[in-house]
Design a protein around this ligand. Structure first.
Ligand SMILES: [Zn+2]
Length: 537
């Protein structure tokens, strides 16, 4: 459960301290006077409308039902019922909410916790305080500096104080400091440090201190999206990222149909096609280039330019200028020290076309970014193969006159919810999610499987499955019904394809072979065309 993350906060024994006279409630920086509050057992009931207003969250009441939009999803309540729903999870409240005199009253301690807020009792002044939690501080490298992002579960205020001794102090209030770090130091590199702590309690002030080396500067920004603040630090030179270390692009080799980019370590990337000038463009991050400039081309590759982008920072752009339209496919080497960009002519004549512009399809490459998916014995990550196959499917469909929407086009994270949103807002005719399979006992299973959930998706599953089984020559794992999120929460026919088992050595070897991936992609595209033509019949 996500709110268990907030368990670092000191727990308070209410039984001993909560008084029978009605306490005052300080929510955020507003006061709910004691006349509008009632004590029930260990809980305090307060009007939801006032509570939500004070803390800066959206609430809606309709009859005996209410909803509050919190940090990690909506909390749904019903007057008289101890059951509440948070996102998709059901929880039991110690005291039910009530509806009285046109007002919806909520148990302030339990609802606050469900919303990721920190409620606590101030015995000295006989008050209840409810504050947002400061739950995460992220430090990311930017050009010549760092970006310190501060995340809260609800809106708060911030005050920045640059001190003459080089410290940049930011007080955030009201806020309960709840960053899971050992001690106060959140990040430290050379003489640049970020620290955090609870500065005062009742009122709750959290303090973030940035220790700056001489010549460096800091600027406070925000609040931005999701109640986040940002401190932009400049003049500290490059710093390593705590999540992904900065890499260098150290070599570029140009072949007839491939460009190999050598890096010092694992990087993220995205690939696009420019029309004018005609070029395949691959952005690589977090990285800096040691080989900036022009590299001569061969065959259809006219030349390759490498440069550091100013924005987004820590990004190297590789521009592959082309003599004809080609589609780039990027595959990192298993050791993460090279990106192989292969280029295929975009104008391969497909066997069958459909009326141009009549159909559109959403293709969803599974996983991406910080979510690598499964891993093969050689170290290849599922997300990479999924994207490669998906891009091949997209190229094949586009060549047939079908509009394709991809949920991602590079190695970055996209939530399952976002993927469904793309499908549901697209007016596309179908949705196909592409994955490679893995089994808890690696290597124990093999073959191709196609999943569906809603009955309306079965014809699409059948069409793709038939083509794949014929094309791949690996065991037939069949068509299966499963409650996968992306095929359950999409409103159009939706299937999830598990092309082969990445954890089976033989099937991994197949998946690492570009011609196998091309065959799989063509089969998926053919299956989609079968389905679409069936629709128009
Ligand atoms: Zn997967």
């Amino acid at each position: 459960m996500w709110w268990a993350n907030l368990g670092l906060l000191p727990s308070i024994l209410l039984r001993a301290s909560l008084p029978s006279p009605r306490p005052e409630i300080i929510v955020g920086s507003c006061v709910i006077p004691s006349q509008r509050v009632s004590v029930v057992g260990e809980e305090v009931l307060v009007p939801l409308a006032e509570f939500a207003d004070a803390i800066g969250l959206k609430a809606q009441v309709a009859g005996d039902k209410a909803e509050v939009k919190g940090w990690r999803g909506t909390v749904r309540l019903r007057a008289g019922s101890k059951r509440a729903v948070v996102g998709r999870e059901e929880v039991v409240l110690p005291v039910p909410p009530r509806s009285r005199g046109g007002r919806f009253l909520i148990p302030v301690f339990s609802l606050s916790r469900l919303l990721g807020l920190f409620p606590h009792w101030d015995a000295e002044r006989k008050r209840v305080w409810v504050s947002p939690c400061l739950y995460k501080v992220e430090v990311n490298p930017i050009l010549d500096g760092a970006e310190v992002k501060i995340f809260l579960t609800a809106p708060a205020k911030a005050e920045a104080k640059p001190l003459p001794d080089g410290r940049f102090v930011v007080d955030i209030f009201p806020a309960a400091y709840d960053v899971p770090a050992k001690g106060q130091v959140i990040y430290s590199a050379n003489s640049f440090r970020v620290r955090g702590a609870q500065f005062t309690s009742c009122p709750d002030v959290a303090r973030i201190v940035v220790d700056l080396p001489p010549g460096a500067s800091a600027t406070m920004m925000g609040p931005g999206e999701g109640a986040a603040f940002k401190i932009v630090v400049k003049g500290i030179g490059p710093i390593p990222s705590p999540t992904m270390p900065m890499q260098a692009v150290v070599g570029v080799e140009v072949g007839r149909e491939t460009v190999t980019v050598r890096t010092t370590g694992r990087v993220r990337w995205t690939a696009t096609l420019w029309r004018s000038p005609l070029a395949a463009v691959v952005d690589i991050w977090p990285a800096r280039s040691a080989v900036s400039g022009e590299h001569p081309g061969v065959g259809p590759i006219k030349r390759v330019k490498v440069l550091d982008l100013e924005s987004p920072p820590s990004t190297v752009r590789v521009i592959i200028e082309l003599a004809e339209r080609m589609t780039p496919f990027v595959l990192p080497s298993p050791d993460g020290r090279a990106l192989s960009i292969s280029l295929r002519p975009s104008s391969v004549r497909p066997s069958r076309r459909v009326p141009t512009g009549r159909f559109s399809v959403v293709i969803d490459p599974g996983h991406g970014g910080r979510d690598p998916g499964a891993m093969g014995p050689s170290g290849v990550e599922e997300k990479t193969l999924n994207l490669d196959i998906a891009l091949r499917v997209a190229a094949s469909l586009r060549a047939r006159g079908i509009k394709v929407i991809l949920t991602r086009t590079g190695d970055f994270y996209v939530s399952l919810e976002q993927r469904c949103k793309v499908a549901n807002s697209s007016r596309a005719h179908c949705f196909v999610s592409i994955h490679c399979n893995a089994y808890p006992v690696p290597g124990a299973k093999r073959g191709v499987e196609v999943y569906y959930y809603h009955q309306r998706s079965l014809p699409l599953a059948r069409a793709i499955h038939a083509r794949l089984v014929k094309a791949l020559g690996i065991p037939d794992g069949g068509i299966r019904r499963r409650r996968f999120y992306v095929i359950r929460r999409t409103w159009i026919p939706a299937v999830l394809v598990e092309v082969a088992y990445i954890d089976h050595p033989e099937e991994e070897a197949l998946l690492l072979n570009p011609s196998f991936r091309q065959r799989a992609a063509e089969a998926i595209a053919e299956g989609i065309v079968d389905f679409l033509l069936g629709l128009s019949r």
